[in-house]
Write a protein that binds this ligand. Sequence first.
Ligand SMILES: [Zn+2]
Length: 342
Amino acid sequence: MKAITFHDIGGPEVLRYEDVADPVPGPGQVLVKVKACALNHLDLIVRGRGPAEGLPLPHITGADAAGIVAGPGPGVTGVAPGAAVVLNPALSCGSCRYCRAGEQSLCDNFGILGRDARGAMAELVVVPAVNLHPMPANLSFVQAAAAPLVAMTAWRMLITKAQVRPGERVLVVGAGGGVATAAIQIAKLAGASVCASTGGPEKVRRAREIGADQVIDYRSADVVSAVMDLTGGKGVHVVVDSVGAATWEASLRCLGKGGRLVTCGATTAPIAPMDIRFMWRKQISLHGSTMANDREFRAVMELLVTGKLRPIVDRIFPLSEAQAAETYLESAGQFGKVVLEV
Ligand SMILES: [Zn+2]
């Protein structure tokens, strides 16, 4: 099969479009013919730092994919070759205390497709049968691939962790990112009033288009002052921040009393200063969140089927142009997902 591999860690230049041996599904696994694979920041991180310990180079990243079942492995039943599927990118053991309690993203052996196993940036991928989900019939392969990781992540952040309620004010930081485009929509579905921050007039327009009530252009306005103006000095109830170091301190300052900051990543940098006084004076809570459990994944799939949640696709590249696609994602010029069509 053709795949996007890297033999050394580094920038986009290490990526190769080359022939590799077809993967073979083991017991409990299924071979999937990939039709589309969406990029995530995770792909850039894994390419720069290497895959999970114990996985050899060359490696293949790619967490988000949609495709067609090519063949079930030994012992797999109820999976029909030819069926259109979308993959749950979260890998869990199914047997630890967290998995037994239905909290797969806390699994003692938690992994993500493309980091902890060879990923879907290829013509074929092998995944556990339990990670297959019927593809929503109303979506194209590209749209279906664009949805899972960011939508499930945003859902757990807002609904499970921050427990956003109708009428609350939510600030979504960095509205062009994949998680942010899902977070804006999910916060609106939860009945919140949504403010988003982003850079440049085009992204401001797109953020409004997908449902943000107010959008702050951080290039021309101070985000904290703007949020305080918009909220009559009260601040917001919830901030969704996956940007990290560049926005962390401002995000804390945007919170009102009893506010909740929820984070799932740090696309700029992971170390940020923090004025601890804000924490106790305003009685702020911090929530870390990663991916989602199976129940949350299914909830998000249902929203996609009913059209309440829309995958936001920015640009599509052919698989062979993964290097250009990752360079584009690294430039942070996108609004929504960058997807490879296979
Ligand atoms: Zn487990």
